[in-house]
Ligand binder design. Sequence first.
Ligand SMILES: [Zn+2]
Ligand SMILES: [Zn+2]
Length: 358
Amino acid sequence: MPLSEYVGNLHMHTPYSDGELSHAAIATVAMRAGLDFIIVTDHNVWVQGPEHYYEEAGQRVLMLVGEEVHDQTRIPQKNHLLVYNTDRELAPYARDPQVLLDTAREVGALTFLAHPFDPPMPALKELGLEWANWEVTGYTGLEIWNYMTEFKGLITSYVAAFRYAFYPEQGIRGPAPETLAKWDELTAAGQRVVAIGNSDAHGTEYGLFGVRRVIFPYEFLFKQVNTHVLTETAFTGDYAHDKRLVLDALTKGHCFVAYDALGSPKGFRFSVNHDRGVAIMGDEVFNKSGITLQIAVPARARLRLIQNGKVIVEHADQTHITHIAQAGEAGVFRVEAHLMFKGQWRGWIYSNPIYVRG
Ligand SMILES: [Zn+2]
Ligand SMILES: [Zn+2]
């Protein structure tokens, strides 16, 4: 049964917090950018009402509403948590991140630590908004790649600010190495951690040397770092049905993170053949009699198969990798694909792991 693939962005803001565009206006630009679904996540406010399909000129986009929650009394500010599929306002629980996670879980919500490593921006006197309380448990996953966070990290001087505000593609490289290392550490220790990648779009306008510029428009950001979900059945256009498919895929880790601006990653697959069938990224399999890992990307790329945080297979210019793990061999396997762009390797695709138990 072929899988269906849908592209979404799961982190953005409206005027309910510090974003510029309304829900309806965001839906319009998301359609223009070719997204299939979006999740709006205003700071510490759960907005009821805008969850439905938006349609225009024969196109449609599924809009869901989550929330980005943090403790507004904490000094300094840290611990931004993305919450999806809540049925109530969760901001009152933010004081203790573990209580927030537990409450979210009780109401059936998914939780992702947003921009877990977030650089300070001394040029604008901003501190980092990283995740501080790593002792917490019970979250769904990590936002491994946040475009605006990576952009912020490039702003080390006024010259850099000017350069990357106009040519961000020269600086954007991939998830922070600290984030990938943390993710590998958590999964190698036995935790299932689903990775997502997002824009964190606000549409804010800044002045740079007298030039007013929006850094960056929502439509631009929706064509950069996105999350692709894989579903066993196709979207029908029914809001409740398709919402369930998106949330199921995110819960199970049936998804990957991609830098879509480098080239469409549609068709990327990472699967494993085992004695009971085929599993895909996010799944857990038991390796009783040997397994075959299979990777396919839609264009030649530098491909890496990573086991417990270590690269075990690398090909510089390939579309496929097949790798056999002997009976009993265990590990957390994930895939990265990189492309050369403007003289540098850039991260293109980051799969979720397949958890192989011995
Ligand atoms: Zn945030
Ligand atoms: Zn945000």
